[in-house]
Unconditional design. Sequence first.
Length: 262
Amino acid sequence: MSTYFMFTLKAFVNQLAYRSEVWLRLLGNYFAILIQVEIWRAVIGNGGSASTTVEQMITYSILNTLLFALLLNRVSSKVDGSLKSGSIASELVKPLSYPLYLLFDGLGQSLYQFIFTVIPSLILAWILFGMLPPASTIHFIAFLVALLMALILSFLLGYLVSLLAFWFLSHFALSWTLGGLTTIFSGSFLPLWFYSPSWAAVAKLLPFQYLGYVPAAIYLGNLNEAELWRTVALGCVWIILLLVVAYWLWGKAVRRLIVQGG
């Protein structure tokens, strides 16, 4: 297992070569949060409503903007590059698990983003815009669990896209589709409680809600304790289901690559 942690460390160190990019990311996060804050101030106003206040939506926007930087669904671009260069063949014959290599490599990049982008952006946003504390200790613990689930599910979704690329030899259309579904059903910009009942019901059955809505809604206390643990349980079901599909598709993809290469 230490070998895979070395991949995490290597990915983290590699990111240090792009230190100037940190300032651009901080600036990008600032403007992304600022735009959303001004939109919600214009839509809701300073008073807010009984169910939603502008302070809640500012906190919601901050959490989702920063969560996006940590997600691992961009793993498909790494696999796509290996497929196009042909280096995927040499990577598969190495005495290690390629999926675990992708996971720990992505974790190294997320760790870098967390330390050098997310934490500074969070402090800056808290100073400039204000941010509500967690609804309770239980909600904060569940929020951390939801963050972990968001990382796992984002990796699995990106990994499945990368496996499908073994057949299409390009991940652009697949990644674009995944991005569209995530934008619509994750609730990262517009919370699911603003959706129509039918759309909200669909979104709450899909895994995309864990990439935006669920962590923020738990943090703010918009899910009561019963809904909270039911949502966490459904997320665990999705993780198991996607793991099974990924394991099955991985075997198919490797055989596909061997046949194509042979």
